[in-house]
Every structure is written in structure tokens, then in C-alpha cells.
Design a protein around this ligand. Structure first.
Ligand code: URP
Ligand code: ZN
Ligand code: ZN
Length: 463
């Protein structure tokens, strides 16, 4: 079955040009002007629109067991919502419980992901350390297409990695040609500040950002960067939310260190005034870590993206409904941390980034797919419109608009941090593995159609 996308402007990270795009099976087979449609091909009219690589969200949590509950979106509903938003690949996280064998957790997640409607691949979290973990990291890289390991520097008494684990795991990742990634927050400081706030009787969602100020994030970012520097490993810092962490990345890069930073669509758009809202459900709906920050930090994040010190945009899609968030009604530390966004990332970043002139369309492609594909070693299979690449494409209507609402979204959870925002610039068609899976509001996601994408190890730096 062939699909011909006709009459649009192809936008890659390096340039934009007028061309048709022909897909056969799950691959792009030709990109050029005036392509003929094979018999029986599905024709997508892209006149007046951009034709871009399908979005890659490098940070999602579908079906995640977390803080005593499980996210609302599973791999089918979450990836389907992603397709509706122009995303064709997610990078999710295998998060073993402390003491759980890595391979057991990995196979558990692979099982859950079988129902995915879009392509997926996994970072694996290192939540504890032993000789077996050291061994299993090797098996994951050599046999299972994993080339990134995640370290939560927060979530004390749960999945937090201590310094010994960070050092041993970073070193092992380097040996294997894999990249370490971190959630940078000092978990001990968070824990102590939480206890202080509870003792003072400050128990509502407003306490959440007070327990996780920018300095707490910056300490961990600087520590992870220092460890990576000593061990000579690259480093990817997820959900950079504040100027202080960005400054740490900028300094390290200026000194020649290979450090990458990820910004979340939520952190770029939503500010911390949400925690002052008198309605518990509203404020708790925004409880995620790191928390939303003030406008000053948002401005810095945009400048980081523009200046090339932040590289990817993600969502940390992790949906909990109001009933789940209510577990923390009398104690903010029990509100499950997480918000959605996979359906809206591309549109809000286009609207706030491209429409305002902060990003060009090519820069948009860079931060929504190409850089993630390159950093996590699936380029040029993903992240570019070119012959031989996967036929993962979003046709982008720059004149279309939509008002975002939990009432009309495909994602589960009944909440949306971008609620009420009208965006100009929306996906009109999403093609995944050569098939039209979303067209003008109609979702044609197929359970199980998504594939696991192996990510090869990086060439080790030393023989
Ligand atoms: O609050 C968040 N971000 N929840 C998901 C887990 C994580 O820290 O990424
Ligand atoms: Zn995190
Ligand atoms: Zn996360």
C-alpha cells in the first residue's frame, strides 16, 4: 500500500523545500517534485501545509505504576493520543522497583507496550545497584536495543539513585556506549523541605513547589554534570525547568562537556500561579516534578531552546485523574506526581515558538524530532523526511486552529494543563509506518500497530 503526500513544503531540521513525499510499506521511498501516484495509492493533499517528520516525544510514562497507583493512559490510549498530536514515536521508561531485576522489569514493560498504536522505545531506570544490575545493563544494550539509562535523583525512599549508583551506572553506560540521563532534583532536600512544610501545617498543593525550589534542581543538575565530567560520559538532563539548571548546562557545554537538556512543553507554557488556585482538583492536577515555575524561568527555557543549550522538547506525559490526585487532599506529598501533554506538545510549541518568531519551522523540527532521534541514535530512521527513513510524517496546517480541552482530548485522565488555550497551527494528518492514522480530527489508531524500535549503542569512545 502506497501513500502520496502531495503539494506541501517539506521541513527538515536543515532546510525546507517544496516536494511530494511517496511512502511504500513503512518507508519513505521518494521525496521530490511532481511524484506520480502508484495505482491504488492513498493521496494526502498537503497544499498550503508543511510536511514534517513525525514528532518524537522522548519522555513519556504510559501504564506507569507510581506513588501507589497507575497512570490513566496505557500504551494504546497514550500513543493514540500522541498520534492525534502529530507524534509517531515515544521514548518511555522502564522503572524497576528497587531490588527488581532490570530484565524482569524490561520484559514487563515490553508486554504492556504491545498494545501501542505508535512506535515506542525505552530508557531503563537504574534504581539500585548490584553486580547483577551491572550485568543486565550489558544485556539490555547488546540484546534489547536500549542505549540510555535513567537516574532519578529525587523520590527518596522509592526509586532515588544515590551517588554510588550514579557513579557506577554512568561508568557502566560509558563502557557500553549508552547515554546516562537524570531527573535532577536533590531528593534528600525535597524530603526534608516536605517534612518542614507538613510540620508547619502547609499541606495543600501550594506546598509542592515550595518543597522543590530551583536551587534543589540546580544542585542535582550540577552534581550530575560534575560526575559526568569526571567520568567523561555524555549526559542528558530530562525536564530542565529552571534558569539555574539551564545555566549549569550552558556552562558545561561552553567548557566542552557533552550535556544535553530537555524542556517540557508544560514548563515552557504554564507558570506556577496554577498552585495558588483555590480549587484542590485544579491545583493538584498541576502537581508534577519539577513543578511549574515563574515566567522568568519560562523565558530562560525558551532562550535555551533558541540558543542551542536545550535540545529536545518532551511532555513527561503521566496522567492521573482527579480521584487519584485526591489521595493527597490532606498531604501534598501523596498527590501522584504527573501531568499529560503528548497530544498537545507539537501544537503548543508551534503556537508559542513558531508563531511568535522564536523558532523557525526547521528549528521546530529540530526540537520536536530530529535532535531526539540523533541524541538517542535512531537518526535517520526517524527525525527526517528522506528516502529510506520510516514513513512517520505529520502534515501541519499552519492556518488551522483548535482550542485545547480535556473534554475533547483523546488522552485519558480528564485534565489538561493547557485547558482553554487556542493554538494556531495543528496536525491535519499523521502518517505512521506509512499509514494514515489521523486525519482532520478523525483518529484511526490501531491497537498493537506500534513497533518496538531498537536503538543501537553509540560507538564507544575508546577501543
Ligand atoms: O511528576 C512527574 N514528572 N512524574 C513522572 C515521573 C518523573 O519524575 O518523571
Ligand atoms: Zn522526572
Ligand atoms: Zn518523567
Amino acid at each position: 500500500m502506497a501513500t502520496l503526500i502531495r503539494g506541501g513544503t517539506v521541513v527538515n531540521a536543515d532546510r525546507a523545500f517544496r516536494a511530494d513525499v511517496l511512502c511504500e510499506g513503512d518507508k519513505i521511498v521518494a521525496v521530490g517534485p511532481g511524484l506520480a501516484a502508484p495505482a491504488g495509492a492513498e493521496i494526502v493533499d498537503a497544499g498550503g501545509q508543511y510536511v514534517m517528520p513525525g514528532g518524537i516525544d522522548p519522555h513519556t510514562h504510559m501504564n506507569l505504576p507510581f506513588m501507589g497507583t497507575v497512570t490513566q493512559d496505557d500504551f494504546f490510549t497514550g500513543t493514540a493520543a500522541g498520534l492525534a498530536g502529530g507524534n509517531t514515536t515515544i521514548i518511555d521508561f522502564v522503572i524497576p522497583n528497587p531490588q527488581q531485576p532490570l530484565l524482569e522489569a524490561y520484559h514487563q514493560w515490553r508486554g504492556w507496550a504491545e498494545k501501542a498504536a505508535g512506535d515506542y522505545t525505552f530508557h531503563v531506570a537504574i534504581t539500585w545497584w548490584s553486580e547483577q544490575v551491572h550485568e543486565d545493563m550489558g544485556t539490555l544494550v547488546r540484546k534489547h536495543g536500549v542505549n540510555s539509562f535513567k537516574h532519578f535523583m529525587a523520590y527518596k525512599n522509592a526509586i532515588m539513585a544515590d551517588d554510588e549508583t550514579l557513579v557506577k551506572s554512568f561508568r557502566r553506560a560509558l563502557e557500553l556506549g549508552a547515554i546516562p540521563t537524570v531527573h535532577a532534583e536533590n531528593g534528600e532536600l525535597v524530603y526534608q523541605l516536605q517534612q518542614d512544610l507538613l510540620r508547619q501545617g502547609i499541606t495543600g498543593p501550594r506546598a509542592h513547589p515550595l518543597s522543590r525550589p530551583p536551587a534543589v534542581e540546580a544542585e542535582a543538575a550540577n552534581r550530575a554534570i560534575a560526575i559526568a565530567n569526571v567520568l567523561k560520559t555524555p549526559l542528558y538532563i530530562v525536564h530542565v525547568s529552571c534558569k539555574e539548571s539551564l545555566d549549569a548546562i550552558t556552562r558545561a557545554r561552553a567548557a566542552g562537556q557533552r550535556v544535553y537538556g530537555e524542556a517540557l512543553a508544560g514548563h515552557l507554557i504554564v507558570d506556577d500561579s496554577v498552585y495558588d488556585h483555590p480549587d484542590f482538583d485544579f491545583a493538584a492536577g498541576h502537581v508534577m516534578s519539577p513543578p511549574f515555575r515563574s515566567r522568568e524561568h519560562q523565558k530562560a527555557l525558551w532562550q535555551g531552546l533558541q540558543g542551542g543549550n536545550l535540545h529536545t522538547t518532551a511532555t513527561d506525559h503521566c496522567t492521573f485523574c482527579a480521584e487519584q490526585k485526591a489521595a493527597g487532599r490532606n498531604d501534598f506529598t501523596k498527590i501522584p506526581n504527573g501531568c499529560g501533554g503528548v497530544e498537545d506538545r507539537m501544537a503548543v510549541i508551534w503556537d508559542e515558538g513558531v508563531n511568535s518568531g522564536k523558532l523557525t519551522p526547521s528549528e521546530f523540527v529540530r526540537v520536536t524530532s530530529a535532535n531526539a532521534a540523533q541524541i538517542f541514535n535512531i537518526y535517520p530512521r526517524k527525525g527526517v523526511i528522506a528516502a529510506g527513513s520510516d514513513a512517520d510524517i505529520v502534515v501541519w496546517d499552519p492556518a488551522g486552529s483548535r482550542t485545547i480541552s480535556a473534554k475533547t482530548q483523546f488522552a485519558k485522565g480528564g485534565f489538561n494543563v493547557f485547558e482553554g488555550r487556542t493554538v494556531k497551527g495543528i496536525p491535519s494528518t499523521t502518517v505512521a509506518a506509512g499509514k494514515v492514522v489521523f486525519h482532520r480530527g478523525e483518529l484511526r489508531a490501531v491497537e498493537g500497530a506500534g513497533r518496538h524500535i531498537d536503538r543501537p549503542a553509540f560507538v564507544p569512545t575508546a577501543p
